[in-house]
Design a protein. Structure first.
Length: 170
């Protein structure tokens, strides 16, 4: 990630494009390719963590058919949102694909990725909220002391902090 902060990309003001040397263009192409790779790694990591949580929840809710169905529905939504986001990012928002690292790109959608960031935020936050709602019925049914239940709910509620931070980041 540190490399991205020190490497220029093809994010150029279309109304005031700078005059670039061949070396600067080469560096910006490299930086733009790094952005593409880092974005894909961030998406893969985020959705794999969601998958891990859903696997854990499916094991916790296996005894209750309704809760297990809820986990499966959320898992389908998470899988669908991941596939949709990847199709849009890799196949729709910026065509031809090599415009993602063209300097300057023909469309700001290839450098700023505004549509992708909005879609990512909506799908990411909505799936996080659905995942956070899964354990609520389990907490209601569990037979432990109220103090322990509050601590357990507090631990799971930390997930809401990540949702709020993600919303601010996007």
């Amino acid at each position: 990630m540190n490399v991205l902060h020190t490497t220029n990309t093809n994010l150029i003001d279309p109304d005031n494009p700078p005059v670039l040397t061949a070396d600067e263009i080469s560096q910006r192409v490299f930086g733009s390719k790094l952005v593409l790779v880092v974005e894909q790694m961030q998406i893969a990591t985020t959705w794999l963590v969601k998958a891990c949580l859903l696997i854990m929840y499916s094991r916790l809710t296996g005894f209750n058919k309704i809760q297990a169905l809820g986990v499966k529905l959320v898992a389908c939504y998470v899988a669908f949102s991941f596939v949709l986001m990847e199709i849009l990012y890799l196949g729709v928002w910026c065509r031809p694909f090599n415009q993602y690292w063209a300097v300057p790109p023909k469309s700001t959608q290839c450098s700023a990725a505004t549509n992708h960031l909005i879609t990512n935020a909506v799908l990411n936050i909505s799936s996080d909220v659905f995942i956070l709602l899964i354990p609520l019925p389990i907490f209601a049914q569990i037979n432990i002391a109220m103090r322990k239940k509050i601590v357990l709910i507090g631990v799971f509620a930390l997930g809401s902090f990540t949702v709020s931070r993600r919303r601010h980041r996007q």
